[in-house]
Design a protein around this ligand. Structure first.
Ligand code: T4K
Length: 368
């Protein structure tokens, strides 16, 4: 493949070497060192959030957030997501209850949440999928009405703002991924944004084996600390984040100029009151109108050296590891979209010529 679905953003070699130089002097490589602290402080400002803690990856951020809230019972979530969201719930001994997504932006269908609430429901875990923002006010209203926690899977929404506020400031916790494939990366990494001090203390202990003090371990924690090299990469990438997002915006505009208003293609909506980060470029192919299926488009792109991806197919509620426990026909919109969606290559340095080429391959397939 010559063009992959994404490509990690990196600072110059020299910039990174300069950033990690002092680690050779201090020999302090992990366990909440200076780079970790600095990144934490800079992210609070950039993301415009109250508090933040850093993790080895976005998955541990999610998993430990749920553990730190001592959740028990059922959690309402969506199956149109990466494995991580559902696995974080199941690995906490919680029962995922799958809500369908809406057909416009593929986030949780808020009109279907209340029907799924039982006396065992403890939380909602909505996903800002592809960087599309969930219906935040409606979710908050439902959560308040039934006394539920809200943990946003915000893996795709680094730097996004809603009504001028950092997206991490919503819900009881918002969990970001800083994986190499994300808009902002620290090689591997993740973060939880939150307001509650007590929750923050629990979370901090859980990422460090449950250690409370030199001689006290009062939680069954994990090891999910971000190391200094990852934090240093984060510091470098944070310096370049605004131009990174601006370049992505230009790529997305170019895609839209070719693919918007083409019969049989559905693009993500431009959401009202949202400052986007242009994380993904999903296209839903309606075979009946466009003339060819998503899988045929995928194959044609691959033949031309273009590695689009079927994010998010299969749905998590159809994964083999769940042995048929869940019924995906209960989330029909998610099922429909997952069989038809393709995410096209998108990264800051993707050239306009490459975008034109990708669109040309797609549009040539369209049956008149
Ligand atoms: N919640 C949601 C909704 C998520 O999407 C994710 C992660 C998480 C939670 C959990 O966050 P993390 O624990 O991962 O921080 C990738 C990513 O590994 C994963 O982070 C991401 N979502 C998911 C949507 O995509 P794969 O298995 O598709 O990655 P892979 O290795 O096929 O890479 C995709 C493309 O990225 C490659 O074709 C080329 C490019 N790439 C990849 C790597 C590893 C690079 O340019 N550099 C690299 O280092 O999962």
């Amino acid at each position: 493949m010559s063009i992959l679905v994404t490509r990690s953003s990196m600072p110059s070699y020299e910039e990174y070497c300069e950033e990690i130089k002092e680690l050779w002097e201090s020999h302090w490589l992990t366990n909440m060192g200076v780079k970790h602290k600095q990144l934490q402080a800079e992210l609070i400002k950039y993301l415009e959030v109250d508090k933040i803690d850093l993790f080895t990856n976005g998955h541990m951020a999610l998993e430990l957030s749920m553990q730190a809230m001592n959740l028990q019972g059922e959690v309402i979530t969506t199956p149109f997501t990466f494995a991580s969201t559902t696995h974080a719930i199941v690995r906490n001994g919680l029962e995922p209850v799958f809500c369908d997504v809406n057909a416009e932006d593929f986030t949780i269908d808020v009109t279907k949440i209340e029907d799924l609430i039982t006396d065992k429901t403890c939380a909602i875990v909505p996903v800002h999928v592809y960087g599309n923002i969930c219906k935040i006010e409606e979710i908050e209203h439902i959560a308040d009405k039934y006394g539920l926690k809200v943990i946003y899977d915000a893996a795709h929404t680094f730097g996004v703002k809603y009504k001028g506020k950092g997206i991490g400031s919503f819900g009881n916790a918002s969990c970001f991924s800083f994986h190499a494939t994300k808009v902002f990366n620290s090689i591997e990494g993740g973060a939880v944004c939150f307001k509650d001090k007590e929750f923050g203390l629990n979370l901090y202990r859980l990422k460090n084996f449950g250690i409370r003090g030199p001689e006290t371990v009062d939680g069954v924690g994990a090891n999910a600390k971000m190391n200094e090299f990852c934090a240093a990469m984060g510091l470098c990438n944070l310096r370049n984040i605004d131009s990174e997002i601006a370049k992505r915006e230009a790529v997305v505009k170019r895609y839209r100029s070719h693919l918007e208003y083409v019969d049989g293609l559905q693009l993500s909506p431009v959401q009202k009151d949202v400052q986007s980060n242009y994380a993904y470029f999903p296209v839903v192919f309606d075979e009946k109108v466009f003339g060819v299926s998503r899988n045929e488009v995928f194959d044609a792109l691959a033949e031309n050296g273009i590695g689009a991806r079927k994010y998010f197919y299969p749905l998590t509620n159809t994964f083999d590891c769940f042995h048929g426990k869940y019924d995906a026909s209960l989330t029909p919109v998610a099922l429909h979209i997952s069989k038809r969606v393709l995410t096209l290559p998108l990264y800051a340095d993707l050239s306009m010529e490459d975008v034109d080429k990708i669109c040309e391959v797609i549009l040539k397939l369209k049956k008149k």
